[in-house]
Design a protein around this ligand. Structure first.
Ligand code: SF4
Length: 386
């Protein structure tokens, strides 16, 4: 008699859609290497089998002032704090100029939920940057920042996003999803938007033609059921958006909670229940996500929280993209992520070491001409994990 887990893996490898119950069975019981191999097989079919892409970008955290007090966050400061800051447009422009100088194509603008910054501040930031750097993509503000601004302005999400788009916004990154389950959100980020509000903000952004990505953070003490529910909600939204207008999430990206310097991490350590997730758990999750999210073309590896070696292994556990250079990442590094920035040559070297050809992409996953390098000699991409 065939093992039920093998049967599920066979169905996934054949391209069949898995139910949440089947994903749960794999989460608990699939052998590590077989799970990774099935995800890698699907990845080779759903994305270019010879190439791994990467993005040259920069993070700019325009303010660290926040009134939302998420318990997993070590980045925010109250408005009257000595370390509180808000960057002026010309300070942001100086950072974007450095990005443009190294051939970067995208800036990721994100900040806290500032109680006093209103719509004109955001419009000015975007239009100022778009006028000076027309070729740089402006992916900015997580759904929760948009939600916060909509409340301050007494406007709808659609009105705010349309306004920001007319000022130069190209995309809405997927930050703030954490775990899309309101029990978890109530425990770790009580004042942040609900799971349903995150999803509906993204649905609106997709309808308006903005570029969007989907994220997930594991290691908050969530149950396997809550993890699968998060994935199922993303898959449902992707189905709806692709059917309605074809503009769905470009990619799925997961990483692990970094507990250092956070109230959530300190409380859990005191109770002897450390949070976060190690490399094997992260890799299992990356593989399971590739198998379950059958309508996502691209899955990104996360080097900032797991390091370059684990990210390289993730390229054999379902991921087809190495993420981005993330010049000046401040948020997860405040919470103890020790892997800060990677330069372009280091990213290319890791991709080649994994047996793939590196290619720079844009935020929309179009290849940047002239950045393709031939794959290294040696085993083909379908070979065993290195
Ligand atoms: S995660 Fe974002 S919303 Fe939450 S406290 Fe940190 S800066 Fe504020």
């Amino acid at each position: 008699m065939t093992d039920p887990v093998d049967e599920i893996l066979d169905r996934a490898r054949a391209g069949e859609r898995l139910s949440p119950a089947e994903a749960l069975a794999l989460h608990g019981s699939a052998p590590f290497e077989r799970l990774g191999a099935a995800a890698h097989e699907l990845r080779l079919r759903r994305a270019d089998p010879a190439t791994v892409t990467y993005l040259v970008d920069r993070n700019v955290n325009y303010t660290n002032v926040c009134v939302t007090h998420c318990l997993f966050c070590a980045f925010w400061r109250p408005p009257d704090h000595a370390e509180a800051y808000v960057l002026a447009p010309d300070q942001i422009a100086a950072k974007v100029a450095e990005l443009a100088a190294i051939g970067g194509t995208r800036v990721l603008l994100q900040g806290g939920h500032h109680p006093d910054l209103r719509l004109p501040f955001y419009r000015t930031m975007l239009s100022f940057l778009k006028a000076r750097f027309p070729s740089i993509t402006l992916d900015a503000f997580s759904p929760s920042e948009v939600d916060h601004l909509a409340r301050l302005e007494g406007a709808s999400i659609e009105e705010i996003l349309s306004d920001l788009k007319s000022a130069g916004l190209d995309g809405l990154p997927g930050g703030g999803a954490e775990i899309l389950d309101d029990e978890v959100r109530g425990r770790i980020a009580r004042k942040k938007q609900t799971a349903g509000a995150w999803l509906s903000t993204m649905e609106t952004a997709q309808r308006l033609g903005l570029t969007t990505s989907a994220t997930m953070v594991i290691g908050f003490g969530e149950t396997p059921e809550q993890r699968i529910r998060h994935l199922a909600r993303l898959r449902d939204l992707q189905d709806r958006s692709l059917a309605a207008h074809g503009n769905g999430f470009t990619a799925f990206i997961s990483w692990t909670f970094q507990p250092e310097n956070t109230p959530l991490g300190a409380g859990a350590a005191k109770r002897g229940e450390p949070l976060g997730a190690g490399p094997d758990e992260y890799l299992r999750h990356a593989a399971l996500s590739r198998l379950f999210l059958d309508n996502f073309a691209h899955h990104q590896a996360s080097w900032p929280t797991q390091g370059r070696e684990v990210a390289r292994r993730a390229l054999r556990f379902g991921c087809d993209d190495f993420g981005s250079t993330m010049m000046e990442e401040n948020v997860v590094s405040s919470a103890g992520a020790v892997h800060h920035a990677m330069d372009v040559e280091s990213i290319r070297a890791e991709i080649r070491l994994a047996g793939f050809a590196p290619a720079q992409r844009t935020s929309r996953y179009h290849l940047v001409p002239g950045t393709f390098l031939a794959p290294p000699p040696g085993p083909a991409a379908a070979g065993s994990p290195r």
